[in-house]
Design a protein around this ligand. Structure first.
Ligand SMILES: [Zn+2]
Length: 320
């Protein structure tokens, strides 16, 4: 329920990794330019479907949030729209600027609540990198209280605080990535710096990871899998420090291994599929994906992209 497929050649190269394992995905709109109009939305969905062939694949593309998303824009297309994704640059709870920014977005949120259009949020402030998500929880609280009928997804939660916040409001949900479930800061920079593990929000402490694991392994009904698989070329990762983990090729095998190790394989299906269908009220095409216990080694790279877990031996794989 959270993947970056990019555009052009990158889109055509990476989409099959997702379409092979999943019948649908929330495909994020932060392309260049962003998917911020209904026209771009229609075009981007068509491009993704074409790139996914021969798989039947349903792209759920949230529109990129901006103040021009008025009722006149959203209402006529409501039936085919999925939601809106907010990347709230500069929004903080306890500064004047933050409050005024929040006030500016509220007319759009009001329309979305009316139209029952979900809000997906990258919930980080501009503060110290480790505290950005913790600081943002107050913003979630404000939005959830002000718009009690608006479904709000806290994307890629990574902290104890976000996990604890989940049950404070009925209308708040969350996605959790593979890398925040499996890894901690030590995997990123405890030994040699691993640029392929660098992402935002940054992977955090064992305590934060434990809170996410508890949430996911308990089968919490408001928690969905969202990979945040975000490809960059190896050059961009190594020389420009681009943020984003490319996990698409290893998602289901790694999740199966993780759930098996915690004696919770029976909860995998709900985490990757059922919860999201209920929360988002979507019905993607039916397809069964068969996982089998068989070892394989993750390739060092796929074209110009280095995946997370490159070179590692995994114990599960997606059968043909
Ligand atoms: Zn993302």
């Amino acid at each position: 329920m959270h993947v970056h497929l990019r555009q052009d050649d990158m889109l055509r190269n990476v989409t099959p990794f997702t379409a092979r394992q999943f019948v649908g995905a929330v495909c994020m709109p932060n392309t260049l330019p962003p998917v911020d109009s209904v026209e771009r939305y229609d075009r981007y969905c068509a491009e993704i479907r074409a790139a996914a062939e021969p798989y039947a694949f349903e792209p759920y593309v949230p529109l990129f949030f901006h103040e021009g998303l008025t009722r006149e824009v959203l209402a006529p297309a409501r039936e085919r729209l999925f939601g809106v994704k907010l990347y709230p640059a500069g929004v903080t709870t306890n500064s004047e600027a933050g409050v005024s920014e929040l006030a500016k977005i509220e007319p759009v949120l009001d329309v979305m609540q009316d139209l029952d259009l979900p809000l997906l949020v990258h919930g980080e402030t501009n503060g110290y990198s480790h505290d950005r998500e913790r600081e943002f929880v107050g913003v979630y609280d404000h939005i959830a209280k002000t718009f009690p009928k608006l479904r709000i997804t806290m994307e890629h939660i990574s902290t104890v605080e976000a996990a604890a916040f989940l049950d404070r409001h009925e209308n708040v949900f969350a996605t959790v990535t593979l890398h925040h479930l499996l890894y901690t800061m030590d995997d990123l920079l405890g030994g040699m710096w691993n640029p392929f593990m660098f992402c935002k929000p940054i992977i955090k402490s064992p305590k934060d990871r434990a809170a996410l694991r508890d949430l996911v392994l308990s089968g919490h009904p408001k928690v969905m899998f969202g990979s945040d698989s975000a490809p960059h070329t190896e050059v961009a990762k190594r020389t420009e420090g681009a943020a984003g983990c490319f996990t698409a090729p290893v998602l289901l095998p790694c999740l199966a291994q993780f759930f098996e190790e915690h004696d919770a394989l029976d909860r995998l299906q709900a985490f990757v599929s059922d919860h999201a269908q209920r929360i988002y009220r979507v019905t993607p095409p039916k397809r069964e994906v068969l996982l089998e216990e068989a070892t394989w080694t993750v390739p060092p790279r796929y074209g110009s992209i280095v995946p997370v877990n490159a070179g590692q031996v995994l114990r599960w794989r997606v059968a043909g």
